[in-house]
Design a protein around this ligand. Structure first.
Ligand SMILES: [Fe+2]
Ligand SMILES: [Fe+2]
Length: 257
């Protein structure tokens, strides 16, 4: 049984007018390439983490088209809300509608295979050093030089709220010594410098050995595998950027039992 991650598929099956290749050739035919790579790698007993930015749909009933696409791929999927999830208004409603092979975490946890998977979305914050990794374009967040003091204050507020959610989620994790703890976040909890942040300290306090995340797109080529494999290991946690464009639409292996 293997544990994989592939984040930020930004599926457009429910919103065909949304052409992802405008964000770069790496996105051309991305759904077909995801399906092909996923089916090559992932077995029916495996688990795949998809930590956010799943569908461009605005309404849950539309997002089901994209969720059905994920459902038809092999394995059990564990999803998390990204910042683009306009269709994800209520975890109760989302769970009610999920196809059977998809589970969701939302500042809580699921037990799946040999893993106890938990996490929350997090948010962007200047203490997480990622700006130098990115070739800034339309796919990216606000360029660092255009961020205002109001942006920074807003980010601090949302980030602090997300840290509270993550802390409560970790405190509520059940004792399951036979399961390996795995964290998933949408935003990176740590930067390329691997300098501890409030988020990474929480992750590292949880007993997780792996944290998979996404959100970052258009990473400069010098940081792509095999030259690099963002972010690295800090405090006994392996931090893994799983964004589709960074991984060339191929799931990244996290663990095997
Ligand atoms: Fe995102
Ligand atoms: Fe994204």
């Amino acid at each position: 049984m293997k544990l994989w991650a592939l984040s930020d598929p930004h599926l457009t099956l429910a919103t065909p007018s949304k052409a992802m290749h405008v964000f770069g050739e790496v996105w051309r035919d991305h759904e077909a390439r995801i399906a092909a790579a996923w089916s090559r790698s992932v077995g029916p007993q495996d688990v795949v983490l998809v930590p956010g930015d799943i569908s461009w749909a605005s309404r849950l009933e539309d997002a089901l088209t994209d969720l059905e696409f994920l459902h038809r791929l092999p394995g059990t999927k564990v999803i998390l809300e990204g910042n683009h999830e306009r269709w994800w208004q209520s975890i109760v409603e989302v769970r009610d509608e999920l196809p059977p092979s998809i589970k969701a975490v939302s500042a809580d946890h699921v037990e799946v295979g040999d893993w106890l998977v938990f996490g929350t979305r997090l948010w962007e914050h200047e203490e997480v050093a990622v700006d130098d990794l990115i070739a800034w374009n339309r796919m990216s967040d606000k360029r660092p030089d255009t961020r205002t003091q109001a942006d920074r204050e807003r980010n601090e507020k949302i980030y602090a709220r997300e840290l509270g959610r993550l802390e409560r989620c970790i405190k509520a994790l059940p004792a399951r010594p036979w399961l390996k703890r795995v964290c998933m976040t949408h935003y990176p909890p740590i930067g390329r410098d691997l300098v501890p942040t409030r988020a990474s300290r929480l992750v590292e306090s949880s007993g997780a050995a792996i944290c998979a995340f996404g959100h970052l797109h258009s990473i400069k080529p010098e940081h792509h595998p095999p030259q690099g494999d963002l972010m690295g290991v800090a405090g006994d946690v392996r931090y893994v950027l799983a964004s589709c464009d960074y991984r060339n639409m191929e799931p990244v292996l996290l663990d095997e039992s």
